[in-house]
Ligand binder design. Sequence first.
Ligand code: 5AD
Ligand code: SF4
Length: 440
Amino acid sequence: MRKTVSPRTYRVESFGCQMNVYDGERMAEMLDREGIAPAADGEDADLVVLNTCHIREKASEKVYSRIGRLTKGRSDNPPLIAVAGCVAQAEGEEIMSRSDAVSMVVGPQAYHRLPAMLERAIGGLRTTDTDMPADAKFAALPARRKSAPSAFLTIQEGCDKFCTYCVVPYTRGAEISRPFSALVDEAKKLVEVGAKEITLLGQNVSAWSGEDAKGRAIGMAGLIRALAQIPELSRIRYMTSHPADMDDALIAAHGEVAKLMPFLHLPVQSGNDRVLKAMNRSHTADSYLRLLDRFRAARPDLALSGDFIVGFPRETDAEFEDTLKIVDAVGYAQAYSFKYSPRPGTPAADMDGQVATEVMDERLQRLQAALGRDQLAFNAASVGKTCDVLVDRTGKYPGQMLGKSPWLQSVHFTGDAQIGDLVRVELLEAMGSSLGGRLV
Ligand code: 5AD
Ligand code: SF4
């Protein structure tokens, strides 16, 4: 490969989950520290990091087509391209051999080595780094220098659950928890530079474990209680959890820690016990519902969110109906739903009875109609309430501001407020995915 001049501008493009958003921000901070500036909107960046997601369909095709578009018409001044994230982890070598335009492939556990790889790339050398050393990267990252009012903080990575459809245990590796003191430090720093709300992230976040400042073993609840002591931090959230790791202490925290928002994202995936077993989920429909009852007893106004997969191999119509039943039983405030997508290397990809696309389409439509109806009902039930809204953006119309309610609803209102303010808003009207209100 030919040598390049040092890049002056970069762009990080993140796809997929919030953990990728967090990783993307950290990579951007690293590049800032290298003296490279973020490219302006519409500008051709000298360095592009594609921070990819592998969880569902067509992930790698998307990466190749994006590379094609990035290099088109730029043969005399092509960008340096790094492929990061879960596609890099899963298909690193293949990307290198298929695309000359890529000079760096960096897995999710190795991106702290991006500056060194960049130096090699400028010298004309291509590098693949998909090692998975536990926890090395966080320690090597620079301190936080800016934050939106609502910040992400990755506290745990990887997953040991091995749901049969899921690629995460292979791309993100075994569960690791970041140390307590590092998390408290990073949270304080985020608050210092503007965060009012922190969402604790992990593929299996409630499996977090650590030792507090006195060396005592603690779990998520202990971490949440410690972070709630940060005076300027107003709100704490967390996602994503697995039903198996929700303990009494965490349930109690929902009732007792005022800063912990009344919202729980707890994927169920299916409402049918045979399908759940084939998915290697360790819960049944009934044990999931009983768990939610305990959370609701601790925090009666808890808003619930979930993930669903339709068309898992051999799922019958009757089994799918059970998913609609559990949706009815829970009354989700919001949810994500997906068609099953065979992921290479996962057990379910080789199972008999893959479900036809048309059947999946039809099931997904029915499920989404039910979820949409429940979301609207949840929003409609909020009308008349007055609540805190954390303002995070300006709206489309002059004077309009947008923010989030405690239940993670988008709320828009017109009035005198700044991004980062926590304001009291009376909720006046409900739409499918948002609410309108007025300042009080
Ligand atoms: N196909 C479809 N959906 C999937 N998810 C994970 N793997 C797959 C797959 N192979 C969904 C699950 C998970 C969410 C992050 O993505 O619902 O909770
Ligand atoms: Fe994937 Fe979540 Fe199951 Fe872990 S718990 S294997 S991340 S779906």
